[in-house]
Design a binder for this molecule. Structure first.
Ligand SMILES: C[S@@+](CC[C@H](N)C(=O)[O-])C[C@H]1O[C@@H](n2cnc3c(N)ncnc32)[C@H](O)[C@@H]1O
Length: 428
């Protein structure tokens, strides 16, 4: 269990006003975390999942509540809930208010045990900006936990423990009718994570240069909807497996019909939703090909197949645009610009890049999750990305690293190597 000495990691974390520790992995390295502290992390992630499941943060939205009230609302056992919230309060998720009666601290009186929100806990509310409640819910999936608990199988064999524990590769598993609920939780988890970073990604790169962007394996379309919102002349194509497209469609249709979101109406009017398999083909017709948090799910051979399919789609789109440009008679500058971009489509891989050496990086933890959950997926170094892209028919033109601490995704811009553009290798 975490110990209570004053210089432990749990005491040393400082929050910014959004409740995110400045660099949580840096803290891990520099703190006096003991092995005993670290061994309790599994309980910590389960505890966070449980409070997300029982919506405890939602019940605290309007102010502190006693544990009895919280237990009644969440239909949980009061004393057990108290113990869980006490543990979480010790790491800054919720805070226990100690009431005083006649100047005396009353901490053993069950009726007086109250809890309040903290910035970290606020991120576990369901309807709040930057909410990661849906991501926390993924930590309760049995299929996910079976794989994580079977990690030693991956370390022994190099094979995917998700398949060992659940019988199928993760994305095949999610496509089975009986696993739709797991798929929904996974898709919502990804959407929740993406919505935390979408604005930061949108400001890292000039997406207004494109006419149409396709988001390959784009999940619920969260990134696309932000890009379309921020770039009024942009059109989108959301491309994913059938179950993911169906769920994205339902989500956006529900939001727009409940008139909860003008953004969803706008999204549906400017974005095509296309189902398919990126191992077979990728939609034509875009000048920006975005692939976010997908390449890390696959081994080099599979990733190369996806990228070669991107390159083919880009080449076909380019040759179609070139043919129509040469036959174009209308002297319309904007149309001309449109064709210009289609002549030179770009690939944007938005992903984590593994730093070399001992540098602390959240990606080193996510890499282990990839090892357990995916088909030999991994987080790649810059060198590994160059090698992968070169072998798949691309040259890297630019790499943009995130400038704020809360976003750990970089943008790798690449063009097909057959293209005659200048290769900048401008690593910023
Ligand atoms: C880790 S999620 C990333 C989702 C989204 N890009 C994001 O960043 O939130 C990987 C996505 O790849 C999709 N995917 C997996 N296999 C696929 C395939 N064969 N064809 C198309 N999409 C696929 C999944 O359905 C999922 O939406």
């Amino acid at each position: 269990m975490p110990n209570s000495h004053s210089n432990s990691y749990f005491d040393s974390i400082s929050d910014d006003e959004n409740g995110k520790s400045k660099n949580h992995v840096q803290h891990l390295r520099n703190s006096s975390f003991t092995i005993m502290d670290m061994l309790s992390f599994g309980q910590l992630s389960q505890a966070i999942y449980i409070v997300a499941k029982f919506r405890i943060a939602d019940y605290l939205k309007n102010g502190p509540k006693s544990v009895e009230e919280l237990a009644e609302q969440s239909k949980t056992h009061p004393d057990s809930l108290y113990r869980l919230l006490r543990m979480l309060s010790s790491v800054g998720i919720f805070t226990e208010s100690v009431e005083k009666e006649d100047g005396e601290k009353v901490i053993n009186n069950n009726n007086k045990r109250k809890f309040d929100m903290t910035p970290k806990a606020a991120l576990l509310q369901s309807e709040t900006k930057g909410s990661i409640r849906n991501f926390a819910l993924m930590f309760g999936l049995e299929s996910f936990n079976r794989a994580i608990n079977d990690l030693s199988y991956s370390i022994e064999t190099g094979e995917n423990s998700f398949k060992h524990a659940n019988g199928l590769d993760m994305f095949e598993y999610f496509q089975q009718d009986q696993n739709r609920k797991d798929a929904q939780i996974f898709n919502s988890a990804m959407a929740s994570l993406t919505s935390s970073y979408a604005s930061s990604i949108s400001s890292m790169y000039d997406f207004s240069q494109f006419n149409t962007v396709v988001d390959i394996g784009g999940g619920q379309g969260i990134l696309l909807s932000i890009l379309l919102k921020n770039n009024p002349n942009l059109s989108g194509i959301l491309f994913d497996l059938p179950h993911a497209i169906e769920s994205a469609k339902n989500q956006h249709i529900n939001e727009s019909t409940n008139s909860r979101s003008e953004d969803s109406k706008d999204f549906l009017s400017r974005c095509k939703l296309v189902e398919g398999d990126f191992f077979k083909s990728i939609p034509l017709g875009a000048d920006g090909y975005i692939i976010k948090n997908v390449i890390l799910n696959w081994d080099d051979d599979s990733a190369a197949t996806i990228l070669k399919n991107c390159s083919q789609a880009m080449e076909k789109t380019k040759s179609k645009a070139t043919t129509s440009t040469t036959t174009m008679t209308v002297n319309d500058a904007s149309q001309d610009d449109d064709k210009q971009n289609k002549n030179n489509p770009k690939l944007l891989i938005i992903d984590l890049i593994m730093p070399e050496g001992n540098k602390p990086f959240i990606g080193k933890f996510i890499d282990i999750v990839m090892l357990a959950l995916t088909h030999k997926g991994r987080i790649r170094t810059e060198k590994e990305f160059h090698k992968l892209l070169n072998s798949s028919g691309f040259n890297i033109t630019k790499i943009i690293h995130p400038s704020d601490n809360d976003n750990f995704l970089s943008i790798i811009e690449a063009i097909p190597s057959s293209s005659n553009q200048i290769i900048l290798h401008d690593i910023t």
